[in-house]
Structure formats: structure tokens, C-alpha cells
Design a protein around this ligand. Structure first.
Ligand SMILES: Cc1cc2nc3c(=O)[nH]c(=O)nc-3n(C[C@H](O)[C@H](O)[C@H](O)COP(=O)(O)O)c2cc1C
Length: 158
């Protein structure tokens, strides 16, 4: 199985740490959106898309990249995020990206998110929240999530 992870991690490198762990399990490269030609994705069986969450959305560089992809039949994809606040079940922040990828023809087989160091105002005023995260158990959860994907399964991870 050939996999790649497209990751924009701009704030503290939080999402990159999650991506590196998943990438090791999947023997996949981790690239910035600008480092891969959209056409190259067609060569891959599994593509991960991840970033931090900024005012409720994935980073604009990741969203722009997905928007630029041509539509067509594709392989499997998954979405991963780090955020200061938990994802709401009634309005998951992963949902719009999942829908967008499905619209491009991907079969989205998993979503993963975990809490991470967050210095968004007003948290900045108190020195940020989740200072030590992602921690060992977040990385273990990311590893387990990627192992399920490698085994061909689908999944949700927190
Ligand atoms: C300007 C800004 C806006 C943010 N908006 C949100 C948000 O709406 N919801 C949330 O849960 N976290 C929010 N965060 C926290 C980031 O999602 C979190 O720190 C994330 O782990 C950053 O990932 P990165 O280090 O990979 O870029 C925000 C952070 C910044 C700096």
C-alpha cells in the first residue's frame, strides 16, 4: 500500500508530530501541501490530510490544496487534526473537509483528532492551554489509528 500525508502545521508543529507517528506506521512521506503535485496523489492508495484548527476550520493552505484537486475516482483518504478545544459531536470540524474530499472522489475511511497546545487568544493571555500535548497517549492513539488504516480498516480516533 502506498500512502502519503499532506500536513500543514503552522502554529506549534502539533499536527506534524501526529503526522510523523502515522507516517512511520504507514511507511508514508509527510509533505506540506506545496510540496506535492496534486496529480501525484493518484499514485497513492491512501492519502491523509491534516492540520490544526483555526477559527473552526482546517488551515487555509490545506483547504486550498484540496480545493485545487481535480475530481475523479480516487483511493482512500483520512483526515486528522489537532485543536485546542474538543470536536463537537453535533458539528465536527472534520466534517466539511471529509465532505469536500468525498466530492473529489475519495473514499474517506477515517478521522482522527486530538487536543494540542493552543495559544489562540484568549488562551494566550493565560500562557496557552494543553501545554504538554500532544502527549504520549495522543501519539499512541495516532499510532493505533494508523495501524487500523494499514490493516485496511476504517476508524475514528481521539
Ligand atoms: C489563530 C488561531 C486560531 C485557532 N482557532 C481554534 C479553534 O477555532 N478551535 C480550536 O479548537 N483550536 C483553535 N486553535 C488552536 C490550534 O488548532 C492548535 O493549537 C493546533 O494544535 C495547531 O496546530 P499546529 O501546531 O499543527 O499548527 C487556534 C489557534 C490559533 C493560533
Amino acid at each position: 500500500m502506498k500512502a502519503v500525508l499532506v500536513c500543514a502545521s503552522v502554529s506549534h508543529g502539533n499536527t506534524r508530530r501526529i503526522a510523523e507517528v502515522m507516517g512511520r506506521v504507514l511507511a508514508a512521506r509527510v509533505v506540506e501541501p506545496e510540496q506535492i503535485d496534486p496529480a501525484e496523489l493518484a499514485d497513492h492508495d491512501l492519502v491523509g490530510f491534516g492540520s490544526g484548527i483555526f477559527t473552526g476550520q482546517f488551515h487555509t493552505r490545506l483547504r486550498d490544496f484540496v480545493r485545487s484537486l481535480p475530481e475523479g475516482q480516487r483511493g482512500r483518504a483520512f483526515v486528522f487534526a489537532t485543536s485546542g478545544l474538543p470536536e463537537l459531536r453535533i458539528r465536527p470540524f472534520t466534517r466539511p473537509l471529509v465532505r469536500q474530499l468525498q466530492g473529489k472522489g475519495f473514499e474517506v475511511t477515517g478521522t482522527f483528532s486530538c487536543r494540542a497546545y493552543d495559544t489562540w487568544l484568549p488562551f494566550k493571555l493565560v500562557g496557552g492551554i494543553n501545554k504538554a500535548r500532544p502527549d504520549g497517549s495522543d501519539l499512541a492513539a495516532a499510532r493505533a489509528f494508523a495501524e487500523r488504516l494499514r490493516a485496511g480498516g476504517a476508524g475514528q480516533g481521539e
